[in-house]
Design a protein around this ligand. Structure first.
Ligand code: NDP
Length: 326
C-alpha cells in the first residue's frame, strides 16, 4: 500500500485528497520507483485545482516530476537501488505521476539522477528549472551572448523565472527581471538580477515595435507581455517562449520578425528527447550551487501540496516548492 494525492472526477466536479492505494492499482510500466521527492509546478497547480485541462484521464495521481529510487525493474537500463529522475512525458496528466509514495513508469521516460544533485535538490529544480535551462540553451543556440546587452526574464519570481535569472547571471548575462511583486526585489537581485522592473510596463496592449532594448529574453508569461517583449527586442535578438502565466494568446504583429530579424524560439520540456534532457541537467549541475537552490526553495509535505496548488496559480508562491513524499 502507498499514499498518493488522487484526483477524481464525478458529476459534481473534481475531488482531490490523499488516499491509500494498492500497488496493484499502479499503471503499466517496466520500472517501479519509490518516490522520495516531487514538486509543485504551475501545471500541477492547474491539475490539482482543476483550473486548466491538464488531467486527461481520471482518477489521476498528479505530479509531472519525481525523483527517487528504483524498487523493481524489468528494464535492462535500470536496476533496484538506482537513483532516477523524471520530468514530463505526460506523467501526472495521462499517466499517474509523482505526488505519491510510488510510481510505475516506462523506463524510457527516466534519466539517472544527475550526480550533482540529491533527490530533494533535483526536485527543487524540477521541470521549472530544467525548462529555464532549456530556455537559456535556446538563447545560446541563437547566438545571444553576454556582451550583447540586457536579457529580460518575465514571471521573475516564479519557478521558471527564478532559475532563468540564476542561470543567466551565472553565465555572465546582464539580467533584468520583470515582476508583479515589488517586495521580491531583494530576492531577485540576490539571484543575480541587475534591475527589477514592474510587469505592468509589459502586460498591457502595446505598439508593434518599441524602442530596442533586449538582446534576448526568457518569457514564461505569454500574451501581451510576450508581444511587448518581442516589440522591444533588439535587431537579431531572440526571445525564448516557454509559458503562459498571463495567457496563451500572442496578440502581436510580425513586425519584430520581418523588420528586426527577431527570433521567437519555442521551448517544450515535456516531450524533449532524452539526449537534450541529459545535457540540460548536466549544465544545471555545472551552474547551480546548493545555497542558491535552497534560497529558491520551500519544502512541504504531501498534504500541504493540495492547498499550495491554489496559492501557486494565484502567484503567491515565490520560487519553488519541493514536496517531500517518502
Ligand atoms: P509559477 O507560478 O511559479 O510562476 C509564474 C510567474 O508568472 C508568477 O510567479 C508571476 O511572477 C508571473 N505571473 C503570474 N500571473 C501573471 C499574470 N497574470 N500576468 C503576468 N505575470 C504573471 O509557474 P512556473 O514558473 O512553474 O511556470 C511558469 C509558466 O511556464 C507557466 O505558464 C507554465 O505552464 C510554463 N511552463 C512551461 C514549460 C514548458 O515545457 N514549456 C515547463 C514549465 C513551465 P511575478 O510575481 O514575478 O510577476
Amino acid at each position: 500500500m502507498f499514499k498518493a494525492i488522487l484526483i477524481e472526477k464525478g458529476d459534481d466536479g473534481q475531488r482531490v485528497g490523499i488516499q491509500t492505494l494498492d500497488e496493484a492499482q499502479l499503471p503499466e510500466g517496466d520500472v517501479t520507483v519509490k518516490v522520495e521527492c516531487s514538486t509543485l509546478n504551475y501545471k500541477d497547480g492547474l491539475a490539482i485545482t482543476g483550473k486548466g485541462p491538464v488531467v486527461k484521464t481520471f482518477p489521476m495521481v498528479p505530479g509531472i516530476d519525481f525523483a527517487g529510487t528504483v524498487e523493481s525493474s524489468s528494464s535492462d537500463n535500470y536496476k533496484p537501488g538506482d537513483a532516477v529522475l523524471l520530468n514530463g512525458w505526460g506523467v501526472g496528466e495521462k499517466h499517474w505521476g509523482g505526488l505519491a509514495e510510488k510510481a510505475r513508469v516506462d523506463s524510457r521516460w527516466l534519466i539517472p539522477l544527475p550526480k550533482a544533485f540529491n533527490a530533494r535538490q533535483a526536485m527543487a529544480i524540477g521541470t521549472a528549472g530544467y525548462t529555464a535551462m532549456l530556455s537559456v540553451m535556446a538563447l545560446e543556440r541563437e547566438g545571444v551572448t553576454p556582451d550583447q546587452g540586457e536579457v529580460l526574464v518575465t514571471g521573475a519570481s516564479g519557478g521558471v523565472g527564478s532559475y532563468a535569472i540564476a542561470l543567466l547571471a551565472r553565465l555572465g548575462y546582464h539580467v533584468v527581471a520583470s515582476t508583479g511583486r515589488a517586495q521580491e526585489a531583494d530576492y531577485l537581485q540576490g539571484l543575480g538580477a541587475r534591475e527589477v522592473i514592474d510587469r505592468k510596463t509589459l502586460s498591457e496592449p502595446g505598439k508593434p515595435l518599441a524602442k530596442e532594448r533586449w538582446a534576448g529574453a526568457i518569457d514564461s508569461v505569454g500574451s501581451h507581455t510576450l508581444a511587448n517583449v518581442l516589440a522591444a527586442t533588439k535587431y537579431d535578438g531572440t526571445v525564448a517562449a516557454c509559458g503562459l502565466a498571463q495567457g496563451m494568446d500572442l496578440p502581436g504583429t510580425v513586425a519584430p520578425f520581418i523588420l528586426r530579424d527577431v527570433t521567437l524560439a519555442g521551448v517544450d520540456s515535456v516531450m524533449k528527447p532524452t539526449e537534450a534532457r541529459i545535457e540540460a541537467w548536466r549544465r544545471l549541475g555545472e551552474l547551480m550551487v546548493p545555497e542558491q537552490i535552497d534560497a529558491i526553495t520551500e519544502t512541504i509535505g504531501l498534504e500541504a501540496a493540495i492547498d499550495k496548488a491554489g496559492d501557486l496559480l494565484a502567484g503567491k508562491v515565490r520560487g519553488r516548492l519541493v514536496v517531500e513524499v517518502g
